[in-house]
Design a protein around this ligand. Structure first.
Ligand SMILES: NC(=O)c1ccc[n+]([C@@H]2O[C@H](COP(=O)([O-])OP(=O)(O)OC[C@H]3O[C@@H](n4cnc5c(N)ncnc54)[C@H](OP(=O)(O)O)[C@@H]3O)[C@@H](O)[C@H]2O)c1
Length: 273
């Protein structure tokens, strides 16, 4: 009886548990490493089970946290519900949900594959909204917990040749900022993390690496800034001076002019391929 009480107490109140989507590599894998070092037990999902296994092994060699993994294609219908049910089968409460999974699509919108467009809407929008809806009520009831939705500086303004990607990230920013305000009253933090160009497989997967005027962030920089700002309960997070500069530019340059400048900057990448 006493033992059961202590097990319950420790699981509920002391041992934090994080659920991370898109944890097989890049920024998601870095969140997993950083949170494991802070003592979080982890539930990691992505499609690539081998990479998840490798990461789980690496984390379990370096720490004493428990790691569960699942190969889950978030582009499939009801993926958020599956994620939620699996998470609850491991731990009764989730302390931190990170909606990080995502991918880029470069090119003329009219020429893009419709099924890839639908996958992006599913992964970026449906999963973010549905999983926030599923995980948030328990956090609000307990007045404890946080959600990080990974967006991008690409969500700050319309980007020709990345029209859908930029629009889905703008959606995530708007959604997160609104729900963050509602959740604040119950001590729950919702953060929208907006990295700029970051050194991961993202651009290779998307098929193009656009020109950038500044060196890339490392996933480590992105995650450290995000987790530091989570401690001070910041909602809107950018990384380094590049993030601040993009915020400044998109706030003060008229949108029409900005979109014209952007298309000039982006179009040559496509005409040269
Ligand atoms: N890199 C950048 O420059 C940059 C800048 C701003 C924002 N971001 C955002 O940061 C987030 C992480 O990207 P990253 O840079 O770390 O790229 P990455 O290295 O390509 O990682 C993307 C992650 O998302 C997962 N994923 C993609 N589609 C999925 C699906 N259908 N189901 C489940 N998991 C899926 C991938 O896992 P599997 O392939 O194993 O499924 C992988 O773990 C994304 O939301 C991205 O939009 C990136």
């Amino acid at each position: 009886m006493v033992e059961a009480f202590f097990r319950f107490y420790f699981m509920e109140n002391i041992e934090p548990f994080a659920v991370i989507s898109g944890a097989s590599r890049g920024i998601g894998a870095e969140y997993a490493r950083a949170l494991a070092a802070q003592g979080y037990h982890l539930f990691l999902v992505a499609r690539d089970q081998d990479r998840l296994n490798q990461l789980s092994k690496e984390i379990q060699q370096a720490t004493s946290v428990q790691v569960w993994t699942e190969a889950l294609d978030l582009a499939k219908p009801n993926a958020a519900e599956t994620l939620y049910q699996l998470a609850l089968s491991y731990r009764p409460h989730v302390s931190l949900l990170i909606n990080n999974a995502g991918f880029g699509l470069y090119g003329l919108f009219s020429g893009m594959s419709l099924s890839t467009i639908q996958d992006m809407l599913q992964v970026h929008i449906h999963v973010t909204i549905e999983s926030t809806r599923l995980f948030l009520p328990d956090m609000l009831n307990r007045r404890q917990g946080a959600i990080i939705n990974v967006a991008s500086v690409a969500g700050f303004f319309p980007i020709p040749y990345m029209a859908e990607y930029a629009a889905t990230k703008a959606f995530i920013i708007s959604f997160s900022e609104a729900v963050a305000m509602e959740a604040k009253e119950n001590e729950v933090t919702i953060q929208v993390c907006c990295p700029g160009y970051t050194e991961t497989d993202f651009h290779k997967t998307a098929g193009h690496c656009p020109r950038h005027i500044s060196p890339p962030h490392t996933p480590h920089e992105v995650v450290q800034k995000s987790l530091k700002d989570l401690r001070s309960r910041q909602t809107f997070v950018t990384i380094g001076w590049q993030g601040l500069a993009t915020q400044w530019i998109t706030r003060f340059i008229p949108k029409k002019l900005l979109t014209r400048l952007t298309i000039r900057f982006v179009r040559p990448i496509f005409s040269s391929h």
